[in-house]
Design a protein around this ligand. Structure first.
Ligand code: GAL
Length: 375
C-alpha cells in the first residue's frame, strides 16, 4: 500500500466541510482534524489528531501513550514519506511488537538498576520489566495509559495525564502535560510540564523511531549522524551506567563529525547493546535550548536536527527490532530506524554524580525538545 499522507482516510462526506472551510474561520481550532483511532483495553475510544503545516508536513498523534504515529515529510527529490515507525491500529499498539513506538516514555524513561531507588531513606521497588532492571516506567508506563487530549491551537495538541501516587511503584501523584506542535518552520516541538505531590524521580522522553527514507525502507546504517557531545556514560552488561563520564574520542561512539551510523552500530554489534544504545552528554548548559544531534539521510536528502533543554541524548539504533510488521504491512528489521531520545541520564536516582531527576512538590519539571526537518 502507498503511504496515506494523512492520519486517516476519511469518508468523503466527512472531508466536505473541511474542503469548504473559509480561510478565515471563526474557530481556527477546528482546523485540526481528529477521529477515533481504536479502543483501549478498557473499551474507551482512543482518538487521533492531525497537525499540518504550510510546507506539506503532517504529524499524527493519538492519546494512547501520547504517541506520534505518523510524520510525513516532503522531499526535494522524491515523494513525501512517513518517517516514523508505528502501527495502523490499536491491535499493533497493544501487541508485544510495540517497542515503545513513538510514545511518551516515563515516569522514568530508560533504565533504573534493579528497579530500586531511595528518597529520604525510604526505598521504592519498581517493576523489573527488563531483567534485571526497570525500563521506561514499568509494566504499565506512560506509554500504556490513556491521556486526555485537547486541541491547544491550530497547530498543537496537548495531552494530560495524572499518574496516581504509587502507580508502578513511584511515589507522589504526578500531573503531566505534553504538547505537540507542528510549526511552519518544519519543527515538531514537544513541550513537557509536570508537578508532583511528593518527592519523586521523573525522566520523560519521546520515543519515535526515525527512518528518513521512510518507515519500512530498510536499515538506517547509511544515515549520517553528528552529535553535539564529546562524552558519554559507559554502561555495564545490563546497560546500567557505571557512573563514569568518558570521552567518546577514539571509540566507535565518536560522532563529533558527521558519519554513517554503520560505523558505530557495526563496531558495537557484538556488545550487550547489539549496536548503539548509549547516553551522550549534550554539550552546553542543561535547561538552555541547544543542538543535540543532526541526522542526514543521503538517499532521500532529508535531515533532522534535534534541539533540547535536556542534559542527555540516548541514541538507539533499533538493535532489538525483530522484523515486526507495522503500518501498511511495512516490515521493521533490526536497525531499520534510530531513536534520538532527549532525557536525563539512565539510572540517575542511583548515581550521585549525574544531574538530578528528583522532582519536589512546588517545583515544575519542564522539557522542551524539537525535531526540525529540512529537505
Ligand atoms: C530504548 C532503549 C533500548 C530498548 C528500547 C526499547 O530507549 O535504549 O535499550 O530498551 O528502548 O526496545
Amino acid at each position: 500500500m502507498s503511504p496515506m499522507n494523512s492520519c486517516r482516510l476519511l469518508p468523503a462526506i466527512l472531508l466536505l466541510p473541511l474542503a469548504s472551510c473559509p480561510s478565515t474561520m471563526q474557530d481556527p481550532i477546528q482546523t485540526v482534524r481528529s477521529g477515533v483511532f481504536g479502543q483501549a483495553p478498557s473499551g474507551e475510544d482512543i482518538h487521533w489528531y492531525e497537525l499540518r503545516n504550510s510546507s506539506g508536513m503532517i504529524a499524527c498523534v493519538h492519546n494512547w501513550g501520547a504517541t506520534l504515529y505518523e510524520l510525513h515529510v516532503p522531499s526535494a527529490i522524491g515523494r513525501t514519506a512517513d518517517v516514523v515507525l508505528g502501527f495502523d491500529d490499536m491491535d499493533g499498539y497493544l501487541s508485544e511488537d510495540n517497542q515503545y513506538f513513538g510514545c511518551t516514555a516515563g515516569r522514568y524513561a530508560n533504565r533504573i538498576a534493579k528497579g530500586r531507588f531511595s528518597i529520604d531513606a525510604k526505598t521504592y521497588q519498581l517493576a523489573i520489566n527488563n531483567d534485571p532492571n526497570h525500563l521506561h516506567g514499568g509494566e504499565h508506563g506512560l506509554d500504556k495509559v490513556i491521556w486526555t487530549a485537547a486541541v491547544a491551537s491550530p497547530s498543537s495538541v496537548r495531552f494530560s495525564y495524572t499518574s496516581p501516587d504509587g502507580e508502578e511503584g513511584y511515589p507522589g501523584e504526578v500531573s503531566i502535560v505534553v504538547t505537540y506542535t507542528l510549526t511552519d518552520t518544519n519543527a515538531l516541538v514537544i513541550e513537557y510540564e509536570a508537578e508532583t505531590s511528593a518527592p519523586t524521580h521523573l525522566n520523560l522522553t519521546h520515543h519515535s523511531y526515525f527512518n528518513l527514507s521512510g518507515a519500512g525502507s530498510g536499515t538506517v546504517l547509511d544515515h549520517e549522524l553528528q552529535l553535539f557531545a564529546s562524552r558519554y556514560t559507559p554502561t555495564d552488561g545490563t546497560l546500567i551506567p557505571t557512573g563514569e563520564m568518558k570521552p567518546i574520542a577514539s571509540t566507535p561512539l565518536d560522532f563529533r563529525t558527521l558519519k554513517p551510523l554503520r560505523r558505530g552500530a557495526e563496531a558495537l554489534a557484538a556488545s550487550a547493546a547489539l549496536g548503539i544504545d548509549h547516553n551522550f552528554i549534550i554539550e552546553g548548559t542543561q535547561g538552555a535550548m541547544r543542538t543535540a544531534a543532526y541526522l542526514h539521510d543521503p538517499a532521500s536528502r532529508r535531515s533532522m536536527t534535534v534541539n533540547s533543554t535536556e542534559p542527555g541524548l540516548q541514541v538507539y539504533t533499533g538493535n532489538f527490532l525483530s522484523g515486526q510488521t507495522g503500518k501498511s504491512g511495512q516490515v521493521y528489521p533490526q536497525r531499520s530506524a534510530v531513536c534520538l531520545e532527549t532525557q536525563h541520564f539512565p539510572d540517575t536516582p542511583n548515581q550521585p554524580n549525574f544531574p538530578t531527576t528528583l522532582l519536589l512538590p512546588g517545583d515544575t519539571y519542564t522539557q522542551h525538545t524539537e525535531y526540525r526537518f529540512a529537505w
